[in-house]
Write a protein that binds this ligand. Structure first.
Ligand SMILES: [Zn+2]
Length: 373
């Protein structure tokens, strides 16, 4: 069934994002490849930062970072020497707040004995590295590349911090030292516990591509929650469902919608072809149009239902799913709504494109056949 001519086909009717929204948010749950790619790159981040030395990390650091693994700042965009894939991986955290939240802020060290975590250069306490928190002290440190476990000793089960400096602290260095001790004193290491790299958005701390994909899902919705429940119907073919989805979003190429998207129509061309009376827009065509109204009423009369028809298409959905749904089940109610609107549109197209599909006389038979009655 063709719903438009060539110029209409060039109009993008539904934002691609909407198609990728979850079913619960009113989308079509089509896999979002960009989001999936981000979630996959996130997995590299997870491995990249987990503190476990392995051959591939060694190769990457030798190749791209001059052998200084501890100098790799995973929050920064890689330099020109970095390969495309590594640049993608490293820069991904800077793309959007949500990605930043997922990756840069999303991974934290859960420090045990501290032998995998860099004391100065990694974020393990609060949201900053100690190098950023106390830059003057970092310069004074005798061991800039050390791990946390190098900065103290166990006395029995008690961890005692021992930080060594090149010289005595003066001026602002003393202020920084005060801050540092405050931070360290409030952070006891855990004897016998391994450091572990955790993803804070998961209760057990592990990163998963599926979990990240869901985490990155848009938070707003395409259709109202109520309508999502009403419209999802497994009884109709997908093309009919897709049509109904566009109808609920008001993204069908009605004459009114076409003009809104810049296709110029004369005033008389805007008129509904069924009643030749009003401007053709979705709320007219699928509820208030007197020709459509006769069809809706005929359909409802099968079940002896008499009702006042609402003045908008979503109101008609409500009548079929909720009121008629009480008699025949919500899913069947949704199915009949979708089938009737589909044929209504089919009938309308026959008239608009004058392709001989004037099916008004057969409409009820067609609806009944497709609704499995
Ligand atoms: Zn009309």
């Amino acid at each position: 069934m063709d719903t438009g001519n060539e110029s209409q086909k060039k109009i993008s009717w539904v934002k691609w994002d909407y198609v990728c929204y979850s079913k619960e948010k009113g989308g079509l749950r089509v896999s979002d490849l960009r989001r999936k790619n981000w979630a996959l790159l996130g997995k590299w981040w997870y491995w990249f930062g987990d503190g476990v030395e392995s051959l591939w990390k060694w190769i990457v650091k030798e190749k791209y970072y001059g052998g200084k693994w501890e100098e790799v700042d995973i929050t920064a965009v890689g330099n020109w020497r970095t390969s495309k894939i590594w640049r993608d991986i490293i820069s991904i955290g800077g793309r959007s707040m949500r990605l930043r939240n997922m990756l840069v802020e999303g991974f934290k060290w859960d420090v045990g004995e501290g032998n995998q975590v860099g004391f100065w250069r990694e974020r393990w306490i609060g949201n900053k590295t100690l190098r950023d928190l106390c830059p003057r002290l970092f310069e004074l440190s005798t061991n800039k590349a050390c791990n946390i476990s190098d900065m103290g000793v166990w006395e029995g089960d008690k961890w005692c911090w021992k930080v060594e400096w090149r010289r005595a602290r003066i001026g602002r260095e003393k202020d920084e030292e005060e801050v540092l001790w405050e931070v360290l004193d409030s952070f006891p290491l855990k004897k016998g516990v391994e450091d572990c790299w955790r993803w804070i958005h998961d209760s057990d701390g592990s990163y998963g591509v599926k979990k990240a994909y869901d985490f990155l899902a848009p938070t707003k919705r395409v259709l109202e929650e109520q309508l999502c429940k009403l419209i999802w119907c497994k009884l109709v073919p997908s093309k009919v469902f897709f049509f109904g989805w566009r109808l609920c979003l008001d993204r069908l190429p009605t004459k009114w919608n076409i003009t809104k998207r810049g296709v110029h129509l004369q005033e008389e061309e805007l008129i509904c072809v069924l009643c030749n009376d009003m401007v053709e827009e979705a709320n007219h065509l699928f509820s208030m149009c007197k020709e459509a109204w006769i069809l809706w009423v005929e359909v409802l009369q099968w079940w002896g239902m008499v009702t006042i028809m609402p003045n908008n298409a979503l109101g008609v959905v409500d009548i079929f799913v909720n009121d008629l749904g009480r008699i025949i089940g919500k899913e069947m109610g949704a199915c009949i709504f979708l089938v009737v609107s589909w044929y209504l549109w089919y009938w309308r197209n026959g008239k608009v494109f004058n392709n001989g599909n004037n099916i008004r006389g057969r409409l009820m038979d067609m609806v009944q056949a497709k609704s499995f009655f």
